[in-house]
Structures are given as C-alpha cells and as structure tokens.
Design a protein around this ligand. Structure first.
Ligand code: ACM
Ligand code: ZN
Length: 768
C-alpha cells in the first residue's frame, strides 16, 4: 500500500470516529469566531445529512455558489436546489436588515437564513461553516451519515464596516495561490478588505503594460539581506530574487476576492518607497542616476520627483491600476518619504516656486492633492498613511493611522474617514511571544491579548468624529517573512482577535474576553491544523514575571489556561509550580509546561542576578511609553536583564523622546562597588542610546555629588550600549542614587525615522 493510500485510510478513520464525538460537542458548546452579536441556544438538535437541499433568493447566488463548492470539496455533498417548502436550508431576503447583517435560525425542521445582501448571506454561511465539523475543511472527507447541529437563533452584524488585513508582497513575493489562501482566511473570519501592498523599494509587483520595465527589471533584486537589519555587519544571500503578478493574475485574484465579499485595495507607494520603480526608470527620480532595486529594508532617499514627466508617469500607472481594481479605494502610500532629493532638485524647486509652495512638506501635500484629484476624476478615492496629514491633508483623502492613533484622531476631527492600524496593536510583523526561539521578526512586541484589547474608536473622540472611524486593519510587513508558513504563523491567532475587534466590537472587560478567547481557541486551532495552516499556539506559552514583594524577589509563572501544569528548576531543585517562588541566590530559573510527563511548548530559562538595587525604592520621573511598558518599572530592578536581541521582551522599558530621571533610595545606606545598566540601540527601529548619563548620589550624611558617565559600545553585542561606573565610586555609604538619562534627541537626516524623536530603551539598573 502506498503512503498516500495509508494516509487516506487514516484520514477516513479520523473522520468516522470524529463525526459522532463532533455531534455531541456541538450540541453542548457553540464556538464561533468572531463571536456573533446575539446567540440563543434552544437546546435541541437538527440532523443535517448528506446532500442537503437549498432554496435561496436569486440575489444570493454568489454566496450559495461558495457553499456548494465548500460541501463538494470537503465531504463531497451535493447541495440540491429545491422549492421553498421542501428545502433543508432556506435563504430569504429581509430588506430591513443592515448591509452585512444576517440572521440564522436552526430549528428541528431546518435552517433558515435571512439577509439583505449577498454579503450578509455569505456571512451566515461562514457561521454555518464553523458549526459544521472542522473535518469538512479537508478535501474529500467522508462523513458517515448526518452531522448534528444545535438548534439556535443568531442575529449578527459587524461593529465596523472596514475589517482589513494587509499583506506586503514587495519585501517578499507570494505566489497568487497563496494570495488566494490568504483571502480565504479573511473570509472565514468575516473580514472584508484586503490591502495589497504591491510596490516598494525592494520590488515592483504589478504588471503595467505601458511601462514593462517596472516588472521586467523592477520586480527583481540582486540579493537580499540575511538576518536582522540591525546586525553589524549586514550580510546578504547573493541570490537573485523576485516575482510579480501579471494583469491576468490580478484579475483572477480580484474576482476570487469578490466571490468571498472581499474588496481589494491596491497600494502603489508614492512619493517614497519608490526605489524599485526608479531602478527601472531612473528618469522618474530627481537625480536621473541609476539605482538598484533595494536589497535591504528601510527608508531610501530615492523618491519620485515632482516634475511633470513623473506626475504623468504616475497617472499612467494609476490608470492601469484603477482599471484592474473595481473598488472605490486606491492606496497611494505617502509614508516615510525623505525630502533630501527634493531639496536639491532643480525641477522640484521650480515646482515650488511656480506653485507658490513654501516647504518640501507642503510640496508633498501638493503632490498628494494632485494625485488625489486625478484619482477622484476617475470616480475613485485615495487612502494614504498618516504622513499625508503633514503639510495639509488632501480634501477627500481617507487616512490610515499607523504611527499611533493620533493621526487618525486629527483626521477624523477634520471630517476625514480613518482606518486604525497603529503599530502598537495592529502590526502583526511584531513578535507575539518573548521566547528567544521565536522566528526572527522586525522587533516590537504585540501579544494576542493586546490585539483583542484594541478599541478602534479612541476614547474621548467626539460622536461626529467617531463616525469617521471606519474600522481597523492588521498589517503584515514581510521583511522577515520569506515563506507563506511564516506569514500564517504571524497572523494566526492574532487575526482571530482582530476579527473579534472589528466584527464583534470592543470588549468592556478585555481580560475576561482574553480568557474566554483562549478557552474557545482550541476549536479554531483544530480547523487550522486540519487545513495544514502553520500557527502560533498561545496556549503553550508561559508568562513568567520576576517581581518584588517586601524586598524579596519572586518568580511568578502564569499559564494561559488555569489547569496547566508547570515544572520549574531553580537552585538545583526540580518542583511542580504551585505558588510564587522566592529567589534568594543568583542563578537560572527554568520553567516548562507539562502534560503528564510530556513537555509542552518551549522551556523558559532566565538568569536571575541578585543585587543591591532590588532592595531599593525606585521611582521614575516619566512613566515608560504605553507601547513598551510591559514589565512596568519593576523591570528596572527585578534581577533580570533584557534580551540582547530584542527590546520588546518586557524587561526593557521604552521612552519616546523624553529625558528620564530614575531615583533609587535605600532605608539602610549601602556601600557600592559598581553601577551598571544597558541601553538598546536599533537605529532601524528609531532606538538610540544616550551618549552620556549624569549620576547623582546622596551620602548617608546627606552630602550630594554628581558625575557624568559616558555610555560605551558593548564588546559583545552590537545592539547594546553600556553604562558602567566602577571607578571613582563614593567612599561613603549612600542612601540615594539618581540617574539622569537624556533622550538622544531628534533622529538625524538620512537615518530611518529622520526628524522624529528617538526612543530610549533602558534595562535593569544593577547596583553591586
Ligand atoms: C508603514 O508602516 N510604513 C506604513
Ligand atoms: Zn525632483
């Protein structure tokens, strides 16, 4: 027997045994993602058998076609059309319902769906899909007889009209088959918008007939950065890399998306992130100089010029783009466009004189308005990243708020539509777990819990402005995702949480909502596993904090589900965790989730250093930025150093652009032999160490002194800077120590994030 045949038998066995248990499970518990607005379980069951019959309003042809294919591909059932009276499934029109709303009523007699639009009917069928066995997701499942559905009533509608996922296909290219897969994930979770980031410095991915070199040349780079952008030195793989979508591919994908009620918003980046285009046509840049398609990540100074020929080039490109995408929106980028070349370009300076434009920021506004007016003339609307607010917002533009929610607030208050996609909650390229074995990512830290707690409408926004918040979107930048498996690992399960935010609505009690989500998650994980989709498992994570209570340090281990068992090892003892563990000697604390004698997930290992700072009373002049305050100020004196690879691990605290003073006081004065801390440096992520720190101390007798200490490069880690003070230490005992840490200041021209305030990331204050 072949391996294939064996596998088939195995699958059949799973399905056959799976089916009966499935029926019982369903009757007792209904698990749906995103959660419906109203669900009433009626306690009965409906047997739903092979080859069900359907009657649907003719307007719902597209939704029912999807369902017909779903049943044919999975269990191999036929969905036969019949009369209203005879049908097991009836889908009727109800013009009183909202645009994407539906009702699903399952009684002992059959299924009854009502909706106003095809989208509503489609979402009802996605709900039904999640009520059916997950094995139906498998090609050619062979269920034995009927499945049992619980009788229930669902009344459902989305909280937000914009429910989006983004995918960057420039940094890494994904074949059209995967784009379709990705769209199918969106559909399962009732997401309705795919933001397709098609062009950037590292590759132009959409065929433009008038300018064939955009793809012939601009879609390929000579090599790609290996490892992280912050590595010193940077290394490259020496492999030519690229790919693009033909216009036929695009049409196929757009049609497929339409069949799933997903609109596709293409993004054509301008005026920045244009190096791939300029590589193909150097004349559209300011200098005319040839440039390569970028081989590493970042922000590049090669931006589109504002001369008439380039404006015409962009309009020609947009004409072809608009003809391929039937939706209203065209995303024109607008983010991270350095103005260096514009400042020295005769054409751009002439443009400013001619149009009476006072600054290069205002020239960017002129540029965006010019493009907007062209796009509007063709019956479409533009979306831009929040930088398009700088220098004045184009009159009809929709703003995608990414550097925070502030841009979105300003735009909404000014009467513009807004999509919320702040880095703090919506960047799915950030780490989702602080374990060192997580696959390499750009940085940051965005656990599932935080996505679920996001509220797209900021508190305090006026009611009129609130109506302009259309929804939210998860962004998937792929610098560090070269395979589709990496993409799915980063989006699942965070996209599930996003779907709850934008469909079910913001949570009143985020902690409770998170706990409930974790309890419901296994059901969805089963579906992902059956579909062969790689995903991160938050149920296997340990959250370990090292925390002080009355001058003693404790290790506290939390598990996602309360019934999980943890084994820990510390000071040469191995024990089952039951309560916080007091730590009194320096050493390694190791913890592992267990199922019986079987280790589950990663082992977590932390080196704990007991030092005099732990027993101090510590205060900071400025709280850390909410995006990087995971560990609270406790992280500065809990005996645990931050990771030398990442600043998002909860042991580093981030401060944005502020000077910081940290005071440590001791009830009983101490003699010190060393004061030490570390700063992270990741210029690509706007993180800079200060050059020097002022240390002030007060002796037991009340005398005050100070000294400036230089911050120095680390011998071992290029991402770290050290503050070490062990010469000229106070001779007398001290009772107070203050570290005055200045912000690096404004990020210099030519660097990533130029002109923005630099971040300061601070580690443990080790006092010996
Ligand atoms: C962005 O992340 N540069 C929009
Ligand atoms: Zn120019």
């Amino acid at each position: 027997m072949s391996v294939k045949a064996l596998l088939f038998l195995f699958l059949v066995a799973v399905v056959v045994t799976g089916c009966d248990t499935q029926s019982n499970e369903i009757a007792s518990e209904v698990v749906l993602f995103p959660q419906p607005q109203e669900l009433l379980l009626k306690g009965g069951t409906l047997r739903f058998g092979k080859d069900p019959t359907l009657y649907a309003d003719p307007d719902f042809e597209q939704a029912t076609r999807w369902f017909r294919h779903y049943l044919a591909d999975g269990p191999g059932w036929k969905l036969k059309t019949t009369t209203e009276a005879e049908a097991n499934i009836r889908i009727d029109k109800d013009t009183t319902l909202g645009a994407e709303a539906y009702r699903l009523n399952i009684s002992e007699k059959g299924l009854h769906i009502t909706a106003r639009t095809n989208a509503g009917a489609f979402y009802a069928l996605q709900t039904l899909r999640q009520l059916l066995p997950a094995t139906f997701e498998m090609q050619h499942t062979v269920p034995r007889g009927a499945v049992t559905l619980p009788t229930l009533e669902i009344a459902d509608a989305p909280a937000f009209s914009y429910r989006g996922m983004h995918l960057d296909v420039s940094r890494h290219f994904f074949p059209k088959e995967f784009i379709k897969e990705y769209l199918s994930y969106l559909a399962l979770l009732k997401m309705n918008t795919f933001h397709w980031h098609l062009t950037d410095d590292q590759g132009w991915r959409i065929e433009i007939k008038k300018y064939p070199k955009l793809t012939a040349q601009g879609a390929f780079r000579e090599e790609t950065l290996v490892g992280h952008y912050n590595d010193v030195p940077r290394t490259y793989d020496d492999q030519r890399y690229g790919g693009f979508y033909t216009q036929e591919d695009i049409k196929e994908i757009v049609a497929y998306a339409q069949s799933l009620n997903i609109r596709v918003i293409p993004e054509i980046e301008m005026p920045g992130h244009a190096q791939a285009a300029i590589s193909a046509y150097p004349e559209v840049g300011c200098t005319g100089e040839p440039v390569p398609v970028a081989t590493e990540w970042g922000i590049f100074e090669n931006v589109f010029c504002t001369k008439p020929e380039t404006m015409q080039f962009l309009k020609d490109v947009l004409l072809e783009v608009m003809s391929l995408f039937p939706g209203t929106y065209i995303h024109i980028g607008g983010d991270e466009a350095p103005k260096t070349h514009w400042k020295s370009c005769a054409d751009c300076q002439f443009r400013m004189l001619k149009e009476g434009i006072a600054s290069e920021d205002a020239l960017q506004s002129w540029f965006i308005e010019e493009i907007e007016s062209f796009v509007n003339d063709h019956g479409k609307q533009i979306i831009g990243w929040d930088e398009i607010l700088e220098g004045g917002l184009a009159p009809n533009a929709t703003v995608m708020s990414w550097r925070g929610v502030e841009g979105g607030i300003a735009a909404a208050e000014a009467g513009h539509d807004v999509i919320m996609t702040p880095t703090s909650h919506m960047y799915f390229d950030y780490y989702q777990d602080s374990h060192p074995e997580e696959p390499l990512a750009i940085g940051g830290y965005l656990p599932l819990q935080k996505v679920l707690a996001f509220s797209p409408v900021p508190e305090g926004l006026s009611p009129e402005a609130s109506h302009h918040i259309l929804g939210a979107q998860g962004n998937v930048w792929t610098e560090y995702m070269s395979t589709s498996e990496q993409v799915t690992y980063m989006i699942f399960p965070r996209m599930i949480a996003l779907s709850e935010v934008v469909w079910s609505g913001s949570k009143n009690d985020p902690e409770k909502a998170y706990s409930e989500l974790l309890h419901r998650l296994p059901k969805f994980q089963q579906r992902l596993t059956i579909k062969g989709i790689t995903h991160y498992n938050p149920l296997q994570r340990l959250d370990i904090t090292f925390s002080l209570a009355r001058d003693t340090l404790f290790a506290i281990v939390e598990t996602p589900l309360s019934n999980a068992t943890v084994r820990y090892e510390y000071a040469e003892e191995v024990q089952t965790y039951s309560a916080p563990v007091p730590l009194t000697t320096s050493g390694t604390f190791r913890a592992q989730m267990m199922e019986g004698e079987q280790a589950v997930g990663h082992a977590y290992s932390t080196h704990v250093k007991i030092h005099q700072g732990i027993a101090s009373t510590l205060s900071v002049s400025t709280p850390p930025h909410p995006a990087y305050d995971e560990g609270g100020i406790n992280a500065l004196y809990n005996g645990v150093l931050g990771s030398s690879e990442r600043f998002g691990d909860g042991e580093w605290l981030g401060f944005w652009g502020e000077d910081i003073a940290i005071a440590m006081e001791w009830n009983t004065p101490i003699a010190i032999s060393k004061v030490e801390t570390r700063f992270f440096e990741a210029k690509g992520q706007w993180v800079y160490a200060p050059k020097q720190v002022l240390v002030e101390w007060t002796t037991a007798e009340g005398m005050k002194y100070s000294k400036t200490i230089e911050v120095t490069a680390s011998d071992t880690d290029t991402s770290l800077r050290n503050l070490t003070w062990n010469g000229e230490l106070p001779q007398q005992k001290i009772k107070k120590l203050v570290l005055r840490i200045p912000s690096y200041g404004t990020i210099p021209q030519g660097a990533q994030g130029a002109g923005n305030p630099a971040w300061t990331f601070l580690d443990e204050l080790v006092i010996e």
